[in-house]
Design a protein around this ligand. Structure first.
Ligand SMILES: Cc1cc2nc3c(=O)[nH]c(=O)nc-3n(C[C@H](O)[C@H](O)[C@H](O)COP(=O)(O)OP(=O)(O)OC[C@H]3O[C@@H](n4cnc5c(N)ncnc54)[C@H](O)[C@@H]3O)c2cc1C
Length: 466
């Protein structure tokens, strides 16, 4: 790439270009599986730099891999075909809250939690709250259409983006949407770009919708002796006329892992707990919480406890937050899935997960955003153990099959990337996938942007071994 390096140096300051082996290694992995060495890493800080790189990449047919903070759990930013990694994470120069329009305008490298923090100073809220919001960029969140616990009531990233500035794969700068809540002019390219996992364009600016911050919250923990019954309780709450802001589940394995990691007094003899948060006016949520308590008691929860104060509520939510770090103490490798099913199918999905765990003798832990059917079956394993990993691969495949058979989807929030590409046709069918391929071809005729993602290559299989 020597000749191109000279050309690149003509458009990008040399302190933003990295070619040493150690620097390239730092960008060869994300939070999923597999390592792929890029030929070069370029940190970009404005749209002209992005546009110029893409024009050059088209001229020489060099793959370009946009990357935020590399926290993807599905292999999204991995440079599977070498080429250039375009690091967007250093471009965090712009975060403007415009309270009268209830919007935020941000540059792509801004950390998502910072948007919410800035909005709160105006009594506003940016609702999408992926657990990684303190370490992931808004660009990455938009590309993955990320979601979190608040998705139950407030929806996910796509529900809060009203305008984008995008550099197309051929290097043209375009605007989609705008600053208004209503906008029905032409095709909704904004929504097409959101969730396209860096395959259709590079997001260089986003206009995000904010909402008023609710004045109060209340938290409740319900304990169940039966995991399947806890699944039934989820639909029961949602049909009782109450929409919690969060409804999360932890199974017995997750509780035991947390207690071994940091004792918090969780009921580890039980099969599951549900954590519920209500937000809104303090009087209204008090009344609603009484109904929630009644519904859980009637359906057969062994105990139901409303947190008496903020400190108690914090402990409940801390338990949920500690699941991820706690389970990797059991074994070093975590295969974190996000198979999602319609809410009425949660009890059946729990049953299937139990059977799959037993069939393949894998340590399967289940927690997640129960309220929107977005479960996180996590398999705890050791990637150095080849025989175990083969069983894990089979178990993961069956988890996807089960979710799709129940009317669900491969991914509720982590995206497809490289890891779920082999299963795309199973969910979308031949023609559904072909239509997506045609969209990609129209936008990116030279297949420059993030090649090797979303679309399976011939014979591609899930491989979790090094
Ligand atoms: C501990 C942990 C917890 C997590 N919890 C959640 C969760 O609760 N909910 C959830 O949804 N996800 C979660 N994730 C997954 C991950 O954090 C999200 O997918 C996040 O959006 C990725 O952001 P990032 O900045 O790290 O992007 P990266 O991982 O660097 O990239 C992700 C994708 O975005 C593309 N991309 C990045 N920036 C741009 C841009 N500016 N323009 C176009 N494409 C771009 C990349 O090419 C890639 O395809 C979690 C991950 C970890 C490690």
């Amino acid at each position: 790439m020597d000749l191109k390096l000279n050309e690149i140096k003509g458009i990008i300051p040399s302190n933003q270009i990295f070619t040493s082996l150690s620097d390239r290694h730092s960008y060869s992995y994300d939070a999923s599986f597999g390592t792929f060495l890029p030929d070069m890493v370029i940190q970009v800080k404005n749209k002209i730099e992005v546009s110029s790189i893409l024009k050059l990449a088209n001229k020489y047919k060099i793959p370009v891999y946009p990357r935020g903070q590399g926290t993807s759990l599905s292999g999204g930013p991995l440079p599977v075909k070498g080429g250039i990694v375009l690091d967007m994470s250093q471009w965090d120069s712009y975060l403007s809250i415009e309270p009268d329009d209830l919007i935020a305008v941000v540059s792509p490298g801004v950390l998502t939690a910072k948007i919410n923090d800035a909005a709160e100073r105006y009594g506003l809220m940016y609702p999408p709250d992926p657990s990684s919001s303190h370490v992931s960029t808004i660009g990455g969140n938009l590309a993955e259409n990320s979601g979190g616990p608040r998705g139950l009531k407030y929806g996910v990233t796509k529900d809060y983006v009203i305008g984008l500035e995008v550099v197309t794969p051929e290097g043209e700068i375009i605007k989609t949407g705008g600053r208004t809540i209503k906008n029905v002019t032409g095709y909704d390219l904004t929504k097409l770009i959101v969730g396209s996992e860096g395959t259709l364009g590079i997001i260089t600016e986003a206009t995000l919708k904010l909402v008023p911050k609710p004045p109060a919250t209340l938290t409740l923990m319900a304990v169940f002796d039966d995991l399947i019954l806890s699944g039934k309780a989820i639909s029961k709450i949602l049909t009782s006329g109450i929409l919690p802001s969060k409804m999360e589940i932890m199974d017995q394995h997750s509780m035991i892992a947390v207690e071994n990691y940091q004792p918090l007094g969780l009921p580890i003899e039980s099969e599951a707990i549900l954590l519920i948060e209500l937000d809104g006016h303090p009087i209204a949520i008090k009344e609603e919480m009484n109904t929630v308590e009644k519904v859980f008691t009637e359906i057969g929860a062994v105990s139901v406890k409303i947190a008496g104060n903020e400190k108690e509520a914090e402990i409940y939510w801390k338990a949920r937050k500690l699941v991820s770090p706690a389970i990797v103490k059991i074994k070093p490798t975590k295969v974190s899935e996000d198979a999602t099913v319609p809410r009425s199918k949660i009890p059946e999905m729990f049953q299937r997960l139990k059977e799959i765990g037993e069939k393949y003798k894998v340590h399967l832990v289940v927690f997640g955003h129960a309220g929107d059917g977005n479960l996180h079956p996590n398999i705890i394993c050791d990637k150095r153990d080849v025989e175990e990993m083969k069983r894990v691969e089979k178990a993961v495949e069956e988890i996807f099959e089960a979710a799709i058979k129940l009317g669900g989807t491969l991914s509720g929030e982590h995206g497809i990337g490289t890891l779920k590409a082999p299963f795309m046709e199973m969910e979308l069918g031949h023609y559904g996938l072909d239509m997506m391929r045609r969209v990609k071809q129209a936008w990116d005729p030279n297949n420059i942007l993030n090649p090797g993602k979303i679309f399976p290559e011939k014979g591609q299989k899930l491989v979790l071994r090094e």
